[in-house]
Write a protein that binds this ligand. Sequence first.
Ligand SMILES: N[C@@H]1[C@@H](O)[C@H](O)[C@@H](COP(=O)(O)O)O[C@@H]1O
Length: 261
Amino acid sequence: MEVVIVQDAKAGGELIARGIAELLRRKPDALLGVATGSTPLPVYEALASEVRAGAVDVSRARVAQLDEYVGLPAGHPESYRSVVLREVVEPLGLSPDAFMGPDGGADDVRAACAAYDAALAAAGGVDLQLLGIGTDGHIGFNEPCSSLASRTRIKTLTEQTRVDNARFFEGDIEQVPHHVITQGIGTILEARHLVLLAIGDGKADAVATSVEGPVAAVCPASALQLHPHATVVVDEAAASKLKLADYFRHTYANKPAWQGL
Ligand SMILES: N[C@@H]1[C@@H](O)[C@H](O)[C@@H](COP(=O)(O)O)O[C@@H]1O
């Protein structure tokens, strides 16, 4: 696992966007796994500016959603489908056909979950999966004690996650769904490159436990330790509880340019 400590969210967004641009130059039809929440927004903004500047061609890129609320009305502005269309697909000028996600409105949720895993595999698998992290260490919506081998499935949100996400629902926790569909941890680990971005001191405990703690289902993001190519990008505040922060800084400062993200 590589840990990169950046100054702020903008620097993190630009670093990851450059990595995505490099990937798209190597593989123009790469399948990008995208995350929601506020943390990844600087990545999407930086990537959109690279596109506007003509530095990268995203015309063949494909995008896959990580998770979704269950039971929000179709077209709800806070469904993750709406968020990804608004924050990623439209600004990058991608066709909605280049976008795939689980069906949070399906009558048969279990079938929809299995269908999404199958669709990801049929699409050739995710090339780069961008992840945020919940204050409880969740990735996607894999709450603590999710199986590290889990596949896409329905989950129940913790009270903490509903409180954290109420800000997207007019601050009203009652509007935050209890149930979600999320790529499982096993599904996420199949992506070829995992890139987790964490910003702010509210994520410092979760980052330290994920990076320096034992691999344990109680902290789902610790599963990144099992992946051969995982990059954790954190700002100084999110890095503040890492015991090995100086080592991570030294390693990154001496990293050969050819290595890329
Ligand atoms: N399902 C999403 C996660 O994918 C995201 O990482 C997390 C953190 O969000 P934020 O980046 O807004 O802190 O929120 C939600 O729970």
